[in-house]
Design a binder for this molecule. Sequence first.
Ligand code: X8Z
Ligand code: ZN
Length: 608
Amino acid sequence: MRKWKSGLSNIALVTALAFGLAACNEKSAEAPKAPTAADAAAFVKDAEEQLFREGVSLERKAWVQANFITVDTSAITAEADEAYTALGVKLANEAKKYDGLALDGETRRKLDMLKLALTLPAPADAAKTSELATIKANLDATYGTGKVEMDGKSQTLDDMMEIMANDHDPERLLAAWDGWRKISMPMKADYARMVDIANEGATELGYKDVGAMWRAGYDMDPDEFAAMVDKLWADVKPLYDALHCHVRAKLSDYYGDRVVPDQGPIPAHLLGNMWAQEWGNIYPLVKPEGVEGASLDVTSLLVDKGYDAKKMAATAEGFFVSLGFEPLPQTFWERSLFTRPQDREVTCHASAWDIDGKDDLRIKMCARVNAEDFVTFHHELGHNFYQRAYKNQDPMYRTGANDGFHEAIGDMVALSMTPGYLQQIGLIDTVPAGGDPVPALMRQALDKVAFLPFGLMVDKWRWQVFSGAVQPAQYNEAWWKLREEYQGLKAPNERPADAFDPGAKYHIPGNTPYMRYFLARILQFQFYKAACDQAGWTGPLHECSIYGNKEVGEKFKAMLEMGASKPWPEALEAFTGSREMSGDAILAYFAPLKEWLDEQNKNRTCGW
Ligand code: X8Z
Ligand code: ZN
């Protein structure tokens, strides 16, 4: 019943009823019975079943809304979301009754999880719960239906993304970039109000603020979690810095010093992506020269072989099946959305859904035939195969070991898309011989490495917003400060006073925590390296493919089947032998590229 996009979580209200009424009851003279461990276990069982049931009902409504955005479907979803939030808050508050009681590990773990079940909690105030639900639905709809006037017509985000990916005219890139940021301006006041209400909810549940609550979901002390992500970033930052330096120099050569000065931050509209989060699309502008060997252009291969969205999905499914997973159910193909419909408004940001906690798995995408969406199909199916693997766990455990695991599964599989694999599935006839690994690694780094600081800064911003360190008047300025600090990017034009640029990224109006994607970028390489070790691979890491390897598949499936039944270090250990998240695998993968970049950058001034 959980979808892997925006968290369903919310909650709020009726605590007063649950706790207050007994006092007015005639029998209240009797001392209230102290709760026992058996009460706690019974409560947890009932609570997880209730949440599951209500979650299924909400998922169906949310699916309809996301596939058919209208005033009515938004209102219906807001009502359902409100009820679910109220239930979640009520149960989370009831869970507090068992604080301090000696309990078995399972019950304690589930009680802790219950308090974190909502992404955005509401306070125990029916009016605010309702207001929060309405704001959330409106933010979703504003993003989902956003349009940009360009070339004399009203265009969608996919159209703008296409321009960002393929156009090399800075004026047009700026128009698309700036146009999309107009859709988020009206979100700002609602967003600020939402932050206030949800913070009130988090405080009532015993958290400092919503950000602190999000950081509490990792089986470790929340401050240690924050320190852990900083450490991971410090470990991989030299690789990012080297890539940034090279890319800036090449863009400066291509666009000229006036558009891209060879020092300081890079203007954010020139990296081939609406949010400058993945840079693979500018490979032709920054590719290594004078190096023997090439990177395959997967987009052209897909187009040449006549792939469509369903064929890309079926190919991704085929990879999981080759590892020993059961094929997806027929209903997946009947109920999923693969391409943007022309006759109605839909939320196009890709997501994977598990409607009933059994076998009703679906994805929703507005795919185009290109390399990026081919990877996204693997990403989304990773969610679906995970959901199916843990379906026999208790409802509370039907989720990822942590949210970074959930985001890493499909990406880990897609790392096996080597030339050898592409030949096995018939996308190329022969594997190009030998050559230097640098071009292929460069293509991959532009997506994987470039993403790291973006994956980190989005929630750095939200943590500051939820803590109150950044107030609404500084929302945009604080966003660009982090963009510069972590990514070495700057806004390509002066931002208007009422700009709300964070809102132009789906996960901000959609309220999906983002640190999960940073963790996933690290974890997917850890999973991949462990899988290649298990397969006995001794060649260069980036040439390893686990396609068809049932033994690796079995071990992988065993980790997925655990769901969240154990703290994540145990799940990680089960598959990789290590209990720590570590940047070592991603660094090992890109080591030959790092060496090459350092050589290239020798006479350049790096940093910003
Ligand atoms: O949102 C997604 C997935 C759905 S969970 C398509 N991703 C992040 C993004 O698009 O910003 C995958 C990579 C990062
Ligand atoms: Zn995802």
